[in-house]
Design a protein around this ligand. Structure first.
Ligand code: HEC
Ligand code: HEC
Length: 288
């Protein structure tokens, strides 16, 4: 009896030791999972695609989505840990540089539409969490075609980054802006000029047209203007982002990552809304 209870205690100690040892890593992966399945939504582009562009969720982030534009034909890369066709041979530092600075281990530049300008804002901690999550995924063999660019890629997206800290979550507006950066919301919700550059003076005014299998969608005005979100309640914005449903009950179309945003926490949603409500009111930048 005594021996058995001793064994039991020893066993419990072992179990709790293992949980404790796995604790910090598990928390980091969990943070990565929250970001990837939520506001960061890398999968919106990197999830595997079939011949007709349909998502193949069982093949994870093994890539293949095609972006066919006048200036480029880009294919989303395989970012599963497969050593041959994915990122399995890259070190954490190499992955960090690729995601946050757009530079691969061989020093080549990752082209659009990967939104590197926005990912430059990723905090060290969140970047680490995303990398831990990527490493924890099953490797999937999928050789993705090389992208071709009929335009020069920049030599870099900016100076090398040493360290980035996120603003404290207690500062709702600033933290909401951080979330909007790493969710690259304004990349789609800001109009572009004739050269395809974002018109930062019209931040959030919408009007970008997206053509795809869904037909044509136009990004909406997210600023507090009557043609934007001025008359929307917080609850209506939450439903739009999380459920992908308009105020009149109509579902939105891609490419906004509807489906990913379901799990954005209440606190993060409140921060995003505080940020959107702080934008300069702008008239809708779209033609329609
Ligand atoms: C809007 C679409 C889009 C989003 C969102 C996106 N990517 Fe990409 N990503 C691409 C495309 C397209 C490429 C290939 C570009 C090229 O060929 O130069 C790419 C390339 C990469 C590469 C280089 C892989 C290689 O083998 O060269 C990595 C790593 C990567 N993405 C990781 C991520 C992570 C992590 C996220 C989320 C934080 C993310 N991407 C979000 C479209 C996207
Ligand atoms: C890849 C492009 C893209 C990204 C990234 C994106 N959106 Fe959108 N969003 C759209 C498009 C396009 C629509 C309109 C879809 C339609 O009309 O069917 C839309 C619609 C919306 C709406 C509905 C507004 C209205 O007036 O009906 C809200 C709110 C919104 N987005 C907020 C966000 C937030 C917050 C983020 C970042 C977390 C974000 N979006 C990221 C493209 C994008």
């Amino acid at each position: 009896m005594r021996i058995r209870s001793f064994l039991f205690v020893a066993l419990m100690a072992m179990v709790s030791f293992r949980v404790a040892a796995a604790g910090p890593d598990a928390a980091v992966i969990e943070r990565g999972q929250y970001l990837m399945n939520g506001v960061v939504a890398c999968g919106n582009c990197h999830v595997a695609r079939g011949a007709r562009g349909e998502p193949l969720f069982d093949k994870g982030l093994s890539g293949g989505m095609v972006f066919d534009e006048p200036a480029f034909k880009a294919y989303a890369s395989n970012i599963t840990p497969d050593p041959e066709t994915g990122i399995g041979k890259w070190t954490d530092a190499q992955l960090a540089k690729a995601i946050r600075e757009g530079v691969r281990p061989d020093n080549s530049i990752i082209g659009p539409p990967m939104p590197i300008e926005f990912y430059r804002h990723l905090s060290d901690e969140d970047l680490k969490a995303i990398i831990a999550y990527l490493r924890a995924q099953p490797p999937v063999k999928n050789l993705v075609q090389r992208s071709t660019y009929n335009m020069p890629l920049p030599p870099a997206y900016g100076p090398p980054i040493k360290s980035v800290k996120a603003p404290p979550a207690s500062n709702k507006r600033a933290y909401g802006e951080y979330l909007a950066q790493i969710g690259h919301c304004m990349e789609c919700h800001t109009p572009r000029d004739g050269k395809g550059m974002l018109q930062h003076g019209k931040l959030g005014a919408g009007g970008q047209v997206f053509k795809g299998p869904w037909g044509e969608s136009v990004s909406r005005n997210l600023t507090p203007h009557p043609s934007g979100l001025k008359d929307w309640t917080d609850a209506q914005i939450v439903t739009a982002v999380r459920e992908g449903v308009d105020r009149d009950g109509k579902p939105y179309r891609p490419p906004m990552g509807f489906g990913f945003y379901k799990t954005i926490s209440d606190a993060d949603m409140a921060a995003l809304i505080a940020y959107l409500r702080s934008l300069k009111p702008q008239a809708f930048a779209g033609g329609r």
